[in-house]
Design a protein around this ligand. Structure first.
Ligand SMILES: [Zn+2]
Length: 303
């Protein structure tokens, strides 16, 4: 007990070093991630515009309910990860099944939070002060959570929402300034790099090919990445995202070609499949934040 009190009131570095790498600390972070993932599911489902709600819906009210019978989800059935498992993915009242996506998003958030925490306290900032470690973890976790939300909304709707990116850009720029050794210019250059690069690619593609290759939303997503991590993160995310995105698009094209006899969309008839780029950019950014230090060594001669 004294140990915990000392920890809370002074964050003694030695006590913190012992506590921060304990199993209970990791378990707590995983739970925190699952809870944020649970809230993330609500955002992914309610934020995008629909025919009925052109501006999306509130993520606060009404509470979660079954889409089939409308019954409210009971508070004891609203436990992240676990309730899905004990209800076997179905409504308690009408037994309509819930998408396993809810479980996937909660699990992904829990894993991302644990990875972020481990990276900060046990790998990259192992000798930083406890408060700095906590601050870095909080910022990284927020960043990964936003990328997760953007990824799933983009997968569902081929849309990166302005109401998410517009606040996120200044927020992450501001959060970046809280970190030690932050410079005022890095984030600003990163924001500009992200947006301008996509404008050039997008408008250029439009002029050359007469159709949209990359949306401005992708530029706003890159601007979020640049706001926190600077222009190098923008470049790496763009190239890594494009590389993986191309491989996946080609394989999907090959698969759908082999299967469908009838072209059911204009894109398919023209030999294209609509694959949103946002998830690849977001995935590349996630990779970047965890290998930033190593990359710096290899890419240093280039920049
Ligand atoms: Zn139901």
């Amino acid at each position: 007990m004294t140990c915990y009190r000392a920890l809370v009131f002074s964050l003694d570095p030695e006590l913190w070093a012992v506590f921060s790498t304990s199993t209970s600390a990791y378990a707590f972070v995983a739970l925190l991630g699952a809870l944020w993932g649970s809230f993330g599911n609500v955002c992914i489902y309610r934020w995008p515009p629909s025919d009925e709600f052109p501006h999306g819906r509130s993520v606060v009210a009404p509470g979660s309910h079954c889409f089939e019978c409308g019954a409210d989800v009971r508070w004891y059935d609203n436990v992240p990860l676990l309730s899905y498992l004990w209800l076997r993915g179905a409504c308690r009242d009408c037994k309509a099944s819930f998408s396993p996506r809810y479980l996937l998003v909660e699990g992904a958030a829990a894993m991302l939070f644990v990875a972020a925490y481990h990276y900060v306290v046990a790998i990259a900032f192992i000798s930083s002060s406890p408060w700095e470690q906590l601050l870095r973890f909080a910022i990284l976790a927020c960043f990964l959570w936003v990328l997760l939300i953007i990824t799933f909304i983009d997968l569902d709707h081929q849309l990166i929402l302005d109401k998410l990116t517009y606040p996120a850009i200044p927020i992450f720029y501001g959060l970046g300034l809280l970190l030690p050794a932050a410079s005022v210019g890095t984030g600003l250059v990163g924001i500009a790099a992200g947006y301008v690069v996509v404008r050039i690619i997008s408008d250029g593609f439009w002029l050359l090919a007469g159709r949209e290759g990359m949306g401005y939303g992708d530029g706003k997503l890159l601007a979020i990445i640049g706001a926190l991590y600077g222009w190098k993160a923008v470049i790496v995310s763009l190239f890594l995202g494009a590389f993986v995105g191309t491989i996946v698009s080609i394989s999907m094209l090959a698969l759908t070609r082999g299967r469908s006899t009838e072209a059911d969309s204009e894109g398919e008839r023209l030999g294209r499949v609509a694959v949103p780029f946002g998830p690849f950019l977001a995935t590349a950014a996630v990779v970047y934040v965890f290998i930033e230090d190593d990359l710096e060594i290899y890419l240093a001669p280039l920049w």
